[in-house]
Each structure stands twice: as C-alpha cells, then as structure tokens.
Design a protein around this ligand. Structure first.
Ligand SMILES: [Fe+2]
Length: 323
C-alpha cells in the first residue's frame, strides 16, 4: 500500500489513499463525497491490480493443484446423451460440477436417467445443472403444444417422468442455489432459434428473464451465451445482447454457457470470466475438454469483482452524453 494508490473498500466504494497513519492503518478519501476513513491494508483492494479476470482458468487440472482456500469448478455443456463417451482424462475431480444444458438429444427420459447416474458417479461434491433447448421434455408447455408433435410422433413422453429422472444434482430453472458459499443462478432461456424449447424473442421478453438475475449472483449458468463471448457459429455471432447488458450491469464473477458448439473456450471483459463449455463439437463428438477454473472464497472474490465492475462503470462513456 502507498499514498496515492487507487483503492476499493467493500460497502463504501472507490477512493484514494491520502495518508499513512503509521499505526497499521491508511487514510482513504472517497470519490463520491470526499469523506474519509481509516482502514487496514488487508481491508482495501488495490484497483490498479484489477486488470485481470478474477477467476483463474486451469488448463491442466490433473497436474495443477488448486491454491489453498480455493474452490475448483469443472464445466460441461451440450453432452447430448453422450456423457458416457466422455474420456476419463476429461473428467478431472473438482469441488463443483456445472452443466449448462442440452444433456439430451430431445429430452428422452432414459437419457435423462443415464445422465443422472453419470452425475452421481462424477468425483465432485456438488453438481448443478440447467436445461437447454434440446431438453424439450423439461419445457412442458412447449412440449405439449409443439415439441412432442415435431420430435416424438411415435409417442409422447411424460414430462413429469423426464424431470423426476434427473437425479444426482441440483437442477436450476430461473432459480438460485447457495453452493459452498457462492450464489449460483441458473436459467435455460435463449433467443429464438428454429422453435426449440426455452426460446424467447430478443428484446423485452427475454430481457425480463435476465432482469430476474439477483444482483448478488457470483456464478451465472445459462444455456445460450451473451453477445460477444463464446457466441460464434456458422451464422456469425448470435449471442444475446440483452443478456450481455444485464450481466454488465451486475458484478458477476463467472458466466458459464454452452449451446454454440463451435465456440468452446473462455473470454473475459476483465470483470467476468465467460465460459463456453460445450462438450460436443459441431459434429456432435463429446471430445472438447471441460473448462476448469478455481475461485477464491466468496469473501475474497466478491469485493474484487465488485471493484472491477465499478472500475468498468467509471471507464464507460456516459449514457445520453452527446458525442
Ligand atoms: Fe443448445
């Protein structure tokens, strides 16, 4: 710590270190109202060190041990009923497994059941799953009105049976769970595409779903990616702009999506780590590696992400200002 450093104080905001009190505390002058306060260095976050994503991607999870006090996450998506074909070297142990939807071809209960068994056997303490556009029996209204007639002409499945076949995990659908201290929110919706399950028109309708994401979310699990992050396919970039805007109005540490098999990997806007965890390739081979990342405990993660989000806000051009 030094005089002149830009700092963030959780619950208070951004400021500048004005004085070393030489008693183990530093005097900080806050940006918003010029008020000041004395704090210990460990209670302040240096803003200049925030030009990195606050979540650490782990490229070699078998040989890289997580740092002390960290939690390891392993992400899958779009396994399309082929979970049993995922090679062993692509199933590293973790604390939390996240699956971003499309665990079946078209919501077949037997595939759901088999997926639940695969999850139960996976070496992770917690498993969190959402549905995707292919998991059509999970979207009862769509399935009954159109999905069954389109995909299962030989005989429709029982939607309740399909849902109750999913065991071995916490299933999220526009809902949150507290896992090992982190707030995880999951939602299956994506912008309209060829009339599949959980489709909604871009704009107001889908935005309503995203606005329900709680402000204190640390990890967001969605099926379709936000615009500009893991959203490339043969039609170009097709991610959801409304989702991006809502994500960037919050301090979310990680967004995990799938859906677009072609754009597997990670990106960041220096606040959020964006993951496209599609396990299947464009040819539907389940051979992409899972994305693994380690997070510090929420008490450390949250202030850093919030500070990075405030920094982003300060850098953004003001809305409504003429050029
Ligand atoms: Fe999908």
């Amino acid at each position: 710590m030094e005089v002149g450093a830009r700092v963030f104080k959780h619950g208070r905001g951004l400021g500048i270190v004005a004085l070393d009190n030489e008693d183990g505390t530093w005097n900080v002058e806050f940006d918003d109202d010029g008020a000041e306060g004395d704090f210990r260095a460990e209670d302040l976050v240096l803003v200049n060190s925030l030009s990195w994503a606050p979540a650490g991607v782990v490229p070699y999870p078998w040989s890289q041990e997580k740092a002390e006090g960290h939690i390891r996450f392993v992400c899958f998506s779009d396994t399309h009923g082929m979970h049993d074909l995922i090679p062993r070297e692509h199933r590293p142990p973790a604390d939390v497994l996240l699956h971003a939807g499309d665990f079946t071809n078209t919501g077949e209960p037997e595939q759901v059941k088999s997926f639940g068994e695969w999850l139960s056997a996976y070496p992770a303490q917690e498993k969190i799953v959402i549905a995707g556009n292919h998991d059509i029996t999970f979207h009862e209204q769509y399935y009954k009105t159109r999905g069954a007639a389109r995909f299962h002409r030989g005989g429709a499945y029982d939607c309740h049976k399909a849902r109750s076949s999913l065991t071995g995990c916490t299933y999220l659908e526009d809902s949150s769970v507290d896992v090992l201290g982190y707030k995880v929110y999951g939602s299956p919706w994506q912008p309209d595409f060829c009339d599949w399950a959980f489709n909604l028109p871009r704009g107001q309708e889908i935005r309503k779903k995203w606005e329900a994401i709680p402000d204190d979310t640390d990890i967001l699990l969605v099926h379709g990616p936000p615009a500009g992050h893991g959203d490339r396919c043969r039609h170009g970039r097709v991610g959801c702009q409304d989702l991006l805007e809502v994500v960037q109005s919050r301090a979310i540490s990680v967004v995990v999506a799938g859906h677009l098999h072609e754009d597997h990997g990670c990106t960041t806007d220096e606040v959020t780590l964006f993951v496209n965890a599609s396990t299947c390739t464009s040819e539907y081979n389940p051979t992409h590696r899972p994305i693994v990342f380690d997070l510090p405990r929420r008490e450390q993660l949250r202030p850093v992400t919030e500070a990075a989000a405030l920094h982003r806000e300060a850098q953004a051009p003001r809305k409504g200002k003429s050029p």
